[in-house]
Write a protein that binds this ligand. Sequence first.
Ligand SMILES: *Cc1c(COP(=O)(O)O)cnc(C)c1O
Length: 381
Amino acid sequence: MRGPNLEVVMSSSFHPPVRTLMGPGPSDVSPRVLAASARPTIGHLDPLFVGLMDDVKRLLQYAFQTSNELTIPLSAPGSAGMEAAFVNLLECGDKVIVCQNGVFGGRMKENVERCGATAAMVMDRWGDPVDPEKLEAAIKEHPDAKVVAFVHAETSTGVRSDAETLCRLAKDAGMLVIVDAVTSLVGIELKADEWGADVVYSGTQKCLSGLPGISPITFSDAAVSAISARTQKVQSWFLDMNLIMGYWGEGAKRSYHHTAPVNAVYAIHEALLMLEEEGLEASIARHKANHLKLAAGLSKLGLELAVDEAWRLPQLNAVRIPEGVDDATVRSRLLNEFDLEVGAGLGELAGKQWRIGLMGSSSNDVNINRCLSALEAVLGS
Ligand SMILES: *Cc1c(COP(=O)(O)O)cnc(C)c1O
């Protein structure tokens, strides 16, 4: 019998190059955050780690602008935050109004249907924001809907929607609101409590610039009541907030539920400290100012942004690929000759747009200049 071939394959440590990450995430992780993640691993029920968990919760409340008690970093990426929002709020037979103007709204629909609930869709063109008038009409047509769900910052198209207005429409109708803030958190204004959002989830690898793989999420009191009032068990054991509250909840006994990704929690803690030092408003202002610098530079190169100025995301710039330019060739030259990653178009925008991210630590002058000179070199030769 032949065993595994041990002679031929000789693995060695992996040493990635230093790339400049200007795609839709992950964003550049600062040396300070990387250093935090390399500190000694301790037990996830060690009293010192429990103290760190409390501090992470407090800092996340600041980032989300919420006083929600149930504000935690889920041990899984943004997609799990999305799934946690739906599986906890929905029971079989519920109805949800889902607004879709890009890839991620489509994933929300998938999640709703997998909960045995039905999705009433509010559709907008890819590249446009969610139209509040269409949501208003859908709320009139489906007064029995339990939840309204939308994406604040559509990373697939680089479009911001008016989250404050969309939340108000849902609240006025007595519906719960789920907001995808994976790309919006700390890159543009987001006020969970003031706007009345019930479940807001994000990801650590976009504007927070922590290590990828964690999803900060927050639940309002109304959302927690809805979860407590369920008659059916949450279909996902891992994402069941009733169980997770025993691990992360205030005054909880911190009983074992799963093993937290200890070192990734060090990293998000450090990234959140950096946010606190910079200040949330200053972070948002930096994203905006750097977006304007990039946009001016792109325009000098004859490149156009694809989104209407009023709805552009400063942290994710959708750029039209000029006629006759080959998308894949340009991106692979940027990567191989300049160690620079920019994003490809997603779904129906594949081959038509690039997505240039200026998220978190990636949003700085050096990156902007590097990106502009690399594009100039590649497009000019
Ligand atoms: C990136 C992203 C997600 C998914 O996050 P992952 O960490 O990749 O799982 C969800 N929604 C939006 C809007 C995103 O940009």
